[in-house]
Design a protein around this ligand. Structure first.
Ligand code: SAM
Length: 278
């Protein structure tokens, strides 16, 4: 779990200079496209400080020197994992799932949806439940779910969530439809039903990377609350790539505070934070 406690500047045990923060900003922008604003300094100290200590360094600059010399993926993955923000929820922005359900209701082809930036799985499993409800007889539903954060993906694949969380976020009938309640050692937790979990395929994908292991066209792409961390050029590039991966009537769902109307000619707004190809 990411550490959330922020030490006041005068109580910091690890040296963390302006130059360290600048180096981190450059590295995470190169690796993940994430633009760290000035006010994220404390967050960076708190999240990355754990990596600094765990790797046995006394200060950020020593850790960053060590990291820069690493060619293996593990240390870099740990760095990226520490700096991603995974906040998510089941059925976040519920109108998206209603619209998805009505959009695919009459389809017979395999229905394909991509959750790009799936975090710990709540979004793709919500999609799976919505598709199951809308198309109970369709046997081929394919949900591709990806993220850059390997820890988030591990939790997503496990598909186990605290019952309290799920009760707060999922209506009772969907809870019964989508989850199995744990008992004994697992009481207080729920697991996504295996028949639903089987429809979701998790894969690491860096959205700012050259290669996306994604094939064919999608009925819908969810990329919600992810591009918010990127700059305008990255938005334009990603929107172009998403456009090429959507079916001609496909939908692109974005986050509640994201608006790309002035960035691309490829999409037009169809409704609240939902785009279709222009
Ligand atoms: C705030 S969460 C959003 C989760 C979900 N889409 C939602 O709206 O509830 C943002 C996710 O984007 C992922 N992310 C950030 N940069 C990424 C990149 N370059 N490629 C893929 N995923 C990225 C993070 O790891 C994180 O899990």
């Amino acid at each position: 779990m990411k550490q959330r406690v922020v030490a006041p500047i005068n109580q910091r045990e690890l040296e963390f200079t302006d130059r360290d923060f600048e180096r981190i900003r450059v590295l995470i922008a190169e690796r993940a496209g994430i633009v760290l604003a000035e006010h994220k300094r404390d967050m960076v100290y708190s999240r990355l400080g754990r990596c600094v200590r765990n790797r046995g360094h006394q200060c950020f600059s020593a850790y960053l020197d060590w990291l820069n010399g690493r060619s293996g993926a593990e240390a870099w993955q740990e760095f990226v994992n520490a700096l991603t923000t995974n906040l998510t929820a089941f059925f976040r922005e519920p109108h998206h799932f209603d619209l998805l359900a009505s959009h695919i209701r009459d389809r017979r082809d395999p229905v394909r949806v991509w959750s790009a930036g799936a975090s710990t799985g709540e979004e793709p499993y919500s999609i799976a439940i919505a598709l199951e409800e809308a198309l109970p007889t369709l046997t081929r539903r394919e949900i591709f779910a990806s993220d850059i954060d390997s820890e988030a993906l591990t939790r997503a694949r496990n598909g186990i969530y605290p019952l309290d969380q799920v009760r707060r976020q999922v209506p009772e009938n969907q809870l019964r439809r989508g989850f199995l309640k744990g008992c004994g050692r697992r009481s207080g937790y729920v697991r996504v039903r295996p028949e639903l979990a089987r429809q979701v395929h998790f894969e690491p994908v860096n959205l700012v990377g050259q290669h996306w292991p994604v094939q064919g066209r999608f009925d819908a792409i969810f990329c919600r609350n992810v591009m918010i961390y990127f700059d305008r050029e990255t938005h334009a590039r990603l929107l172009e790539r998403f456009a090429r991966l959507l079916k001609s009537d496909g939908l692109l769902f974005v986050g509640h505070s994201e608006n790309f109307t002035n960035i691309t000619q490829r999409f037009r707004l169809r409704g609240q934070t939902v785009y279709t190809l222009a």
